[in-house]
Design a protein around this ligand. Structure first.
Ligand code: SOE
Length: 385
């Protein structure tokens, strides 16, 4: 069995989701190249060591440059906040590593262009982890669209809603600071929705967008005690300015003539990770809701009138992509399984010498559209891509 050594940079929420996938994918899927959890890197040695012990990483590092410099590391997994993606990915590609990078690809289009150009020249597998593409129900939607089941597509209606900062006492974590996050939910969440729309509908010709800020300053955080979805106020009592949008509502014209809407906010109480889309076509419609991720709603205009209505396809039969590696029909899968599917396809791309999508080129195109959205919001006009 051929193996490749992985170096993971970052060990919080995404480091955990990725470690789970690197560790367990070979147990469920037949892989020609098996990933080896060689080294995990983070700034605080004691915490990283505890993480490595729990998840089975062989070694730890506290300097990501040393991980990249190692000849025995084949793959660099970037699971740190996006202000570090460009620097680490560029060094990893220059060192001849394959790169598995969290989304959004970069802080801005300029960085993304450099990353995509170097990745294209490198001949190395490069992937940006828009994990929701690899949900079997989304793969089924793609299959049904490609089979013409819903005909010519008129509309995409997407919403990616969360509620974890609606509390004015939630502190100013890095997600709310432009110099570390780049954007707010536009980059964090609409990037996912946009990736799904580009995968299922096609590319975007122009955008219109409006943004809003509801809480403009927040108490400074205790960084060590804060993460994604969780924030602990620091003891200084000092406040700082929120420098990213709290919500972004964007409409787009797709190149194929379809119209789309993308709503994203972190101020939707009760919506914990509500990644949802509807697609309307000349022959029918599809609806996906991540909170019911094993189901795809399908309306078929060609059903006889007395049977017309949305039906629920339970996407757990072995015929669906990835499912046969898991459980029998009806034994549903979860959020973490999409990360396994990404790892499997990433290693397969290396084995076969092929591309995996979304790659850095996709990540760059998404940032181009997302930035155009923020420009549209700032200037109050439609922006062509
Ligand atoms: C926070 O909004 C977050 O963790 C995103 O960064 C992820 O990409 C998303 O999948 C879940 O929510």
């Amino acid at each position: 069995m051929k193996t490749m050594n992985v170096g993971l940079i970052g060990y919080k929420f995404m480091g955990k989701a990725h470690s789970n996938a690197w560790r367990n994918s070979p147990l469920f899927f037949d892989m020609n190249i098996k990933p080896v959890m060689k080294v995990v890197c983070g700034r605080h040695a004691e915490a990283v060591q505890a993480f490595a012990d729990r998840w089975g990483w062989e070694e730890i590092e506290t300097d990501w440059k040393k991980v990249i410099a190692r000849d025995d590391i084949d793959i660099i997994d970037i699971s740190v906040p996006q202000h570090l993606h460009h620097t680490i990915a560029m060094e990893a590609l220059k060192a001849g590593k394959h790169v598995f990078c969290e989304k959004p690809l970069a802080m801005n289009l300029t960085q993304a262009k450099e990353m995509a150009a170097l990745a294209a020249k490198s001949g190395k597998v490069n992937y940006v982890n828009h994990n929701y593409r690899r949900c079997p129900a989304v793969q089924l939607a793609k299959q049904m669209i490609d089979e013409g089941k819903i005909g010519t597509i008129f509309h995409w209606r997407g919403a990616y809603l969360q509620d974890w900062i609606v509390d004015p006492d939630f502190p100013l974590t890095w997600h709310l600071q432009a110099d570390r996050a780049g954007m707010g939910p536009q980059g964090d969440l609409n990037s996912h929705s946009l990736d799904l729309a580009r995968f299922l509908i096609g590319d975007v010709a122009s955008v219109n967008c409006m943004t809003a800020n509801f809480i403009t300053e927040r108490v400074l955080p205790d960084e060590a005690a804060s993460g994604t979805f969780s924030g602990t106020a620091g003891d200084t009592g000092k406040k700082g300015k929120v420098t990213v949008e709290d919500a972004a509502f964007m409409t787009v014209r797709f190149k194929n003539g379809a119209l789309g809407s993308f709503e994203t906010t972190r101020f939707a109480p009760g919506r914990k990770n509500y990644n949802y889309f509807e697609i309307y076509g000349s022959k029918g419609s599809l609806v996906f809701n991540l909170e019911r991720m094993n189901e795809l709603q399908y309306f078929n205009r060609e059903d006889p009138d007395y049977q017309q209505g949305f039906k629920t396809i339970l996407v757990t039969e072995g015929v669906h992509k990835y499912i046969s590696a898991w459980w029998p029909a009806g034994h549903i899968i979860g959020y973490e399984h999409e990360f396994h599917h990404a790892v499997v396809d990433f290693m397969d791309a290396i084995d076969k010498g092929i591309d995996i999508r979304p790659n850095f080129e996709d990540g760059m195109k998404e940032l181009e559209i997302l930035e155009a959205g923020l420009k549209s919001a700032a200037e109050g006009r439609e922006i062509s891509i």
